[in-house]
Ligand binder design. Structure first.
Ligand code: 0PR
Length: 379
């Protein structure tokens, strides 16, 4: 019965999901997770070994993001991390009265809107430039007496763009505001782009003024879902989001997560995948994804029916149509079995070139894209 119910799922092995930020998790992570189903990361007193492993995951991610002594936690993903980051901004400014405000550009992920909604805060959205990057001047202009923090993105959901983090960090420091970087996707991509010489972006704790960074092993880290991570530069910030659970003992008594009971297995799986792949493993995965991203770019650019919204910064592309409407072309792609997104800003078909996309998939995708975008509307 279950198998027949699941017949409608479009798995990564089919190559059809082309706008997902997650992928088939590395088999080692799956193996470790499947052996660890009973383990609860909300009870680290009982699962003290798992707590040590979580600490090592945090340290490894700290190493990746240039923070020698990270204070943080694993989370269920980018949404929870953004909620925690915003909570830390709110709690650090408890003395401020009135509606507390967070500033972020329009391209910030939907989970930041959700965080503001949950936390009873106001999200003030600022303009982006013609490359869909946050505009530092607009952010500075939006700062007012109720502002308690700033969010910027390294690897935007729609286009994989990186905001000008250094300039935004200068503004945050000048106004003594905390700055959170949402690198849910980019955190496991940008360090390797830097290694490969494909682009250089300072986006993490290397930049003075950045107070927290989140990144998700369950996206380009190839870890099993759910595994996100948020790191704070100082213990003070982590403490602002930590609550005591009175009846629990030892390590479980102080919880910085939104969740109580949560799987330790995906954290353990992530540890195994990170140890196994190492920097060189991730670097070759990113190299491969970027090669395929450039293959798509090379076919779209000269096309008479398709165009790119911006030059790809990482393995995410926003594709526009020139003849038929974007909605129609996207629907045709869906009808052909592709699982693709329609982004609003700018209006584009969104493609995320994850490791499950092979050269064959890319070729088939482009053939279908050219056909879907090439039919005149009256056909
Ligand atoms: N930050 C950025 C920049 C993201 O792209 C995403 C994920 C998140 C945070 C949230 O991460 P989690 O899904 O791990 O909580 N964006 C995904 C995507 O666009 C999935 C998604 C989509 C999540 C819509 C929430 C949502 O409301 O593929």
């Amino acid at each position: 019965m279950l198998q027949s119910l699941l017949a409608d799922d479009v798995g990564f092995a089919s190559g059809r999901p082309v706008a997902s930020m997650s992928t088939e998790p590395h088999s080692l992570g799956v193996e470790v997770f499947s052996r660890s189903m009973e383990k609860n990361a909300g009870r680290f007193h009982t699962f003290a070994g798992s707590a040590k492993v979580e600490r090592e995951v945090i340290d490894m991610i700290g190493d990746l993001l240039h923070l020698a002594e990270p204070f943080g936690t694993t989370t269920s993903g980018g949404t929870e991390s953004n909620i925690l980051a915003m909570l830390s901004h709110r709690e650090a400014a408890r003395k401020k009265t009135g509606m507390r405000e967070i500033i972020a550009s329009k391209t910030v992920h939907a989970s930041v809107d959700k965080a503001a909604w949950i936390l009873g805060m106001k999200l003030v959205k600022t303009e982006v430039d013609d490359q869909f990057k946050a505009v530092p001047d607009a952010i500075e202009h939006a700062i007012g007496p109720n502002t308690v923090g700033i969010f910027a993105t390294a690897g935007t959901t729609y286009l994989g763009q990186v905001d000008p983090i250094e300039e935004i960090a200068d503004i945050a420091s000048k106004h003594r505001l905390p700055l959170h970087i949402d690198a849910a996707f980019g955190g496991f991509v940008i360090p390797f782009l830097n290694d490969l010489g494909i682009g250089h972006h300072a986006f993490d704790f290397q930049v003075d003024g950045v107070t927290s960074v989140s990144t998700d092993p369950h996206k380009m880290g190839l870890g099993p879902i759910p595994c996100g991570c948020i790191l704070f530069r100082s213990e003070r910030h982590l403490k602002t989001v930590t609550r005591q659970v009175p009846y629990l003992r030892g390590a479980s008594a102080f919880q910085p997560t939104l969740l109580g009971t949560r799987p330790a297995g995906s954290i353990l799986g992530t540890w195994a995948v990170m140890k196994h792949l190492g920097r060189s493993g991730y670097r070759s995965i990113v190299r491969q994804c970027m090669k395929r991203t450039m293959n798509i770019k090379d076919r779209v650019e000269p096309s008479s029916t398709l165009s790119l919204a911006i030059q790809p910064v990482m393995n995410i592309l926003g594709i526009k149509t020139k003849v038929v409407s974007l909605e129609l072309a996207t629907q045709k792609m869906e009808d052909r079995g592709w699982r693709i997104d329609l982004s609003p800003l700018p209006p584009t078909m969104r493609i995320v070139v994850m490791p499950h996309m092979t050269d064959g998939t890319v070729n088939a995708l482009l053939n279908d894209l050219e056909e879907a975008a090439g039919t005149v509307p009256s056909d």
